[in-house]
Design a binder for this molecule. Structure first.
Ligand SMILES: [Zn+2]
Length: 142
């Protein structure tokens, strides 16, 4: 049976789930909270590494509170999380609070979106996209 490692967004425990049960509102075996909440996960460096090492692709929004286009894009990103989970994880990195992550990925402008699959960067784009285009970009790269 095909399974996927899913990292709990609350406690970072690695849970192994059968592929066909990913969408079943599963709960973490450790903390018992929902494995998918339909919302982006705020990531610090350890959280980022944990989710990168899981089986699901993850798209990360590198943003900052002072950035107008980031704020404008946030609802689009949140809506996509609802739509694309559990196939894709959604994470957010506050580039002010997590400067080391921003430096690690050479973030020069925000928002920057990076899609990771199997621990590696698969696609990157800078600048906010309208919802339909963002959806197309996600579908094309996963
Ligand atoms: Zn948990």
């Amino acid at each position: 049976m095909a399974t996927r490692i899913v990292v709990c967004p609350h406690c970072r425990t690695r849970n192994r789930l059968p592929v066909e049960r990913l969408g079943d509102h599963g709960r973490c075996g450790s903390c018992k909270h929902a494995l998918f909440t339909g919302a982006p996960i705020e990531l610090d460096a350890p959280g980022f590494d944990a989710h990168l090492a899981a089986d699901l692709p993850i798209v990360v929004d590198f943003w900052a509170a002072w950035c107008g286009p980031c704020k404008a894009f946030a609802p689009t990103f949140a809506a996509a999380a609802q739509e694309f989970e559990p196939g894709i994880r959604f994470g957010k990195v506050d580039t002010e609070a997590q400067g080391s992550l921003a430096a690690r990925f050479g973030i020069r402008s925000i928002p920057t979106l990076i899609l990771f699959a199997r621990g590696r960067e698969r696609a990157r784009l800078s600048g906010a996209l309208p919802p339909a285009e963002f959806r197309r970009w996600l579908t094309a790269n996963t």
